[in-house]
Design a protein around this ligand. Structure first.
Ligand code: HEM
Length: 515
């Protein structure tokens, strides 16, 4: 019998599919043996018709409405603290079980990573940096950053005072006048983070124009940086939502925004490579991250990637914490009053030479302030959604079976998502009033383990935790020293939260009174 080209092609295709099916069955068999030997049971199913397409549409609709965090959190009470389903064709596992998160971040750290998808998705903005790398690249990036966060560096509240003072100068002097604190906090954290990390501040709080959306836009390069940074991050989260199809979302707007962000960072990289171009001399006692890595390599792309990753970490997270703190305080006047009493007792009003500026160690003694910040981080963790990918076949300790108490099998390549937003609102962990802002609960012995994770845990725990808490404590203290009372101004319609890689309230429009 003579074989035509067409029949040869058909034969090859059949052989290929047979090989694929055999490989699939073999892997499924091995996985079953692995799961059985670890006593794994199947997690509860999250309904996923049509390969999870309707689930994905629901997420996209919630994102448009601005309530995607609540939408995701609403799955847990119905389907258990760990469930498995499908979203946009792929298998999806979600968990808010502290034991599982602890396994991914600490006890089985080597079995989990950020995964290749995160690297490829974030690469156009962040390149190869601490937020995109696993393994040796991550270890190196983290080792370079560690000296930046020594106690000596982090406790320098004098460096913060300059920027906080500029923020205060932009607050209204007349009693009962309105300010949008959210946009000011984004400028504050950008200014202080650039000074802290690259040795020179962008000084956005000195810009004459601050537009009300939280972006600064004064026509100068550094002014459009904030806007571009927001646009780029919105694209990154949208790319994450379409999973393996992230490469389809690569518009000119995304590329332009990335280019603007890169241009600003390149300016600092250039200064680090040519210190004679610096406007200000940096104290030799100070560790400046960018200068330290520039002494190690002259590769501008490497320097840009490392710097941009840490700027991303430093700006939005602390601005989110500050914004939500004031958003909540304005809605709970008795808590504002109690917190102010603690602050005035320790430091006075700081006005006309009366009282004093808070020191690093004295700030740490303010118990109620710590409770208020913890409670804000609990209800509104700045990084509300996170996840890890399995680097090899592995196991998570909880979620299997109807009672969810048995281990579950996680195959290599599987992503597991966790929501700190939902975890922090679990009623069995925080009580029936878990949705209520009640700082006093932090005096009742809660949140000591893996059920409170605003800064993550394990070897990849946030490096900037102390710096962020110091900046937030200092800023809250200085504002409360000055203002006796705050009130929500006007009613804001539409989505109340902005979710990119971090979450922040859309606006924090407040009226402020000095007396
Ligand atoms: C309230 C403020 C902050 C919160 C809630 C926060 C939270 C987090 C979280 C959840 C992660 C883990 C991210 C992941 O899994 O990919 C993280 C990582 C990190 N954060 Fe923060 N962060 C804050 C402020 C800062 C600041 C101000 C800096 C630096 C100036 C910083 C530096 C870092 C770095 C370098 C990492 C990466 C650690 C690693 O992968 O080894 N953070 N942070």
């Amino acid at each position: 019998m003579e074989l035509t080209f067409k029949s040869l092609l058909l034969l090859a295709a059949a052989f290929y599919f047979l090989l694929r099916i055999t490989a699939y069955l073999l892997i499924a068999h091995q996985n079953r043996i692995f799961a059985k030997s670890h006593n794994c049971l199947t997690p509860r199913r999250f309904p996923s018709s049509f390969l999870g397409l309707p689930n994905w549409v629901r997420v996209m609709r919630a994102a448009k409405r601005g309530d995607v965090l609540e939408h995701i959190a609403s799955r847990y009470p119905t389907y258990g603290n760990t469930w498995k389903g499908r979203i946009l064709f792929g298998a999806s596992i979600g968990t808010i079980e502290p034991e599982n998160i602890k396994a991914m971040l600490a006890t089985s750290f080597k079995d989990f990573g950020l995964g290749p998808e995160r690297h490829a998705n974030f690469y156009p903005l962040l390149g190869d940096g601490i937020f995109t790398l696993d393994g040796a690249g991550w270890e190196h990036a983290r080792a370079n950053l560690r000296p930046q966060f020594s106690r000596e560096q982090v406790s320098d509240v004098g460096a913060l005072e300059v920027h906080v003072q500029r923020l205060m100068n932009r607050l209204p002097e007349g009693d009962g006048e309105v300010a949008d604190l959210q946009s000011l906090f984004y400028c504050l954290t950008l200014d202080s983070a650039t000074e802290f990390l690259v040795g020179e501040s962008v000084d956005s709080l000195l810009s004459p124009e601050l537009n009300p959306t939280g972006d600064v836009d004064g026509g100068k390069e550094e002014m459009s940086f904030a806007q571009a940074f927001n646009v780029s991050q919105t694209y990154l989260i949208n790319r994450t939502r379409v999973r393996g199809l992230y490469w389809l979302i690569n518009t000119k707007r995304f590329r332009d925004a990335n280019a603007i962000v890169h241009r600003l960072v390149d300016k600092y990289v250039d200064m680090a490579l040519h210190p004679e171009k610096r406007a200000r001399k940096i104290s030799e006692k100070k560790y400046v991250f960018l200068d330290a890595i520039a002494a190690e390599t002259k590769d501008p792309k490497y320097l840009r990637d490392q710097t941009l990753n840490i700027l991303l970490a430093g700006r939005d997270t602390t601005a989110s914490l500050l914004s939500f703190t004031f958003w909540l305080l304005a809605r709970h006047p008795h808590i504002y009053k109690k917190l102010r009493e603690e602050i005035l007792l320790a430091f006075g009003t700081g006005r006309n030479g009366e009282g004093k500026h808070p020191s690093f160690s004295a700030l740490k003694d303010l118990t109620y302030l710590r409770y208020v910040l913890n409670e804000t981080l609990r209800l509104y963790p700045p990084v509300p959604l996170n996840g890890r990918s399995a680097l090899r076949n592995t196991v998570l300790p909880r979620g299997g079976g109807e009672d969810g108490l048995s281990p579950i099998f996680i195959p290599k390549g599987q992503r597991v998502d966790y929501s700190c937003y939902a975890l922090h609102r679990r009623k069995d962990l925080y009580g029936e009033d878990a949705d209520t802002f009640r700082p006093e609960r932090w005096g009742e012995g809660i949140g000591r383990g893996w059920e409170f994770l605003p800064f993550n845990g394990g070897p990849r725990i946030c490096l900037g935790q102390q710096y962020a808490l110091t900046e937030a404590s200092y800023t809250v203290t200085r504002i409360l020293q000055k203002y006796a009372r705050i009130e929500v101004a006007g009613t804001h319609t539409g989505p109340t939260m902005d979710l990119t890689l971090t979450v922040a309230p859309k606006k924090v429009l407040l009226r402020l009174w000095k007396a």
